[in-house]
Write a protein that binds this ligand. Structure first.
Ligand code: CMC
Length: 424
């Protein structure tokens, strides 16, 4: 933090008091620096799910969850989505500033010319069953990149870190497309340098050797502050693990339905509901505490307002449905009606549950021709740049330490070993 800290917080436990510095960022809530709490008081803090804990300093992404604000390096994402392309956002996240025309040209060239993967990596795929979930394939293959690109695994060398970052941004889409092609039994399609980054990805997914493919690209959701997968990447990286292994860890975390897996779960939910008439019954189940049914694509740990990504995705969803001729998709009708009902229902209003990005991304990706199992893979493709930018920032942070939370132990206290013949 750049601002000098003059404020302190005082903790009183019984008749003892402890003072802790308060640190201010450039915007957002202050933090109480409790790094010395254990040394001074012999106590830990307890915060399951890190609901009140800042795990690091960062200059990359800012979220104001109450106001529904999301900014990359200070720029609102709406402006970036409206005016720039995906690689411009990648440059901004990685380097901290928007590129000049010359920088952008050079960056695009470097990414686009590193999209091929080592030919031997293709053999990895044959080890997977054809019906393997593509996220399982991604966890394995992205981690395996470390076995092919040894020359960019020295995390203490800034040049190697940048090479690894560029490789990841360029090659993860290629692996994602290969994971898709493998599942459907089609030949892998090699990247084509004459295409833009997004066009190339769709080309690798949907082109076949025997036909021309018409391309309409879309990409979103490049970073999102210290979410579960980003924190996983940072924790994995805090031990000094190589960047390919760290991104594989992030992909594994993203897979869960409470995080990146929600887009797949949201679409499955819409199919489960089937038609508008079934919505009231479904909402009743969601509100029933004993049912464990959740409205997937709704709610967020940080946003207590409309997720700004959802607004962009909703607009994109309509555009994609129109472009692809799926404007009458019955699932969109169910989604819109579900959103309308939920936004007026006391259960959702009182808990500040609004649609998140995954409410619309599933329908959009479906209309683009992706099967549901690929949705989280596409999320991983877009998020790779965020993960790698956060990882680089962590490595360069002089305050960086290995991530090692403590616990509140509630198990059995010390006892003597009981030989087997004496156990009951
Ligand atoms: N449907 C119904 N009730 C919900 C939902 C939901 N989607 N989300 C939260 N609630 C209720 C929850 O039951 C609880 O009610 P009560 O106070 O009566 O016990 C209250 O709202 C607070 O929920 P919580 O689980 O304590 O909130 P959290 O911050 O731990 O969870 C969340 C955040 C995203 C995991 C959760 O809202 C959820 O499971 N949503 C559905 C999954 C989803 O769409 N995830 C994608 C998140 S956005 C993409 C990304 O960035 O990863």
């Amino acid at each position: 933090m750049d601002a000098p800290n003059t404020k302190t917080a005082t903790l009183t436990v019984g008749n003892k008091t402890y003072d802790f510095p308060i640190q201010s960022g450039t915007v957002g809530p202050d933090v109480i620096d409790i790094a010395k709490l254990y040394a001074q008081s012999g106590m830990f803090t307890y915060d399951p799910g890190f609901t009140s804990t800042a795990s690091c300093q960062s200059k990359i992404t800012y979220i104001d969850g109450d106001a529904g604000v999301l900014e990359y390096r200070g720029y609102p994402i709406e402006q970036l989505a409206e005016n720039g392309d995906f690689l411009e956002t990648c440059y901004l996240l990685l380097y901290g500033e928007l590129p000049t025309a010359a920088q952008k040209k050079d960056f695009d060239y470097r990414v686009i010319h590193h999209t091929m993967i080592h030919e031997q990596m293709a053999r990895f795929f044959q080890g997977f069953r054809r019906d393997a979930h593509p996220m399982a394939v991604m966890v394995g293959c992205v981690g395996a990149l470390a076995a092919f690109y040894h020359d960019s695994t020295d995390i203490n060398d800034p040049q190697q870190r940048m090479i690894a970052s560029m490789r990841m941004i360029a090659k993860v889409p290629t692996l994602a497309a290969m994971a898709y092609k493998y599942t459907i039994g089609q030949p892998f399609v090699y990247p084509k340098n004459s295409l833009s980054f997004a066009e190339n990805f769709l080309h690798m997914c949907f082109a076949v050797p025997c036909e021309e493919y018409k391309i309409n690209p879309v990409m979103a959701d490049a970073d999102h502050e210290q979410n579960a997968s980003t924190s996983t990447v940072r924790i994995a990286g805090s031990s000094g693990a190589n960047p390919f292994a760290c991104i594989a860890a992030g992909i594994a975390c993203l897979w869960g339905p409470a995080h990146g897996g929600a887009n797949e779960a949201a679409l499955n939910m819409l199919y489960g509901i089937g038609k508008v008439e079934n919505i009231p019954d479904f909402i009743r189940k969601v509100k029933d505490k004993n049912s464990e049914v959740r409205l997937m694509g709704f709610g967020h740990r940080v946003y207590k307002n409309y997720d700004p990504r959802a607004k962009i995705m909703q607009k994109m969803c309509h555009a994609v449905l129109k472009e692809t001729g799926h404007g009458d998709d019955p699932m969109l009708k169910v989604a819109l009606e579900l959103e309308k009902i939920a936004l007026h229902d006391e259960y959702f209003i009182s808990r500040k549950l609004y649609p998140n990005v995954d409410f619309y991304s599933g329908i959009t990706l479906k209309a683009m021709g992706f099967p549901t199992s690929m949705f989280t893979v596409l999320f991983a493709v877009a998020r790779t740049v965020g993960w790698i930018s956060q990882w680089s920032e962590m490595i360069e942070d002089p305050q960086q330490k290995i991530g090692r939370p403590r616990q509140l132990y509630t198990g059995v206290t010390s006892r003597e070993y009981v030989p087997m013949d004496k156990r009951k």
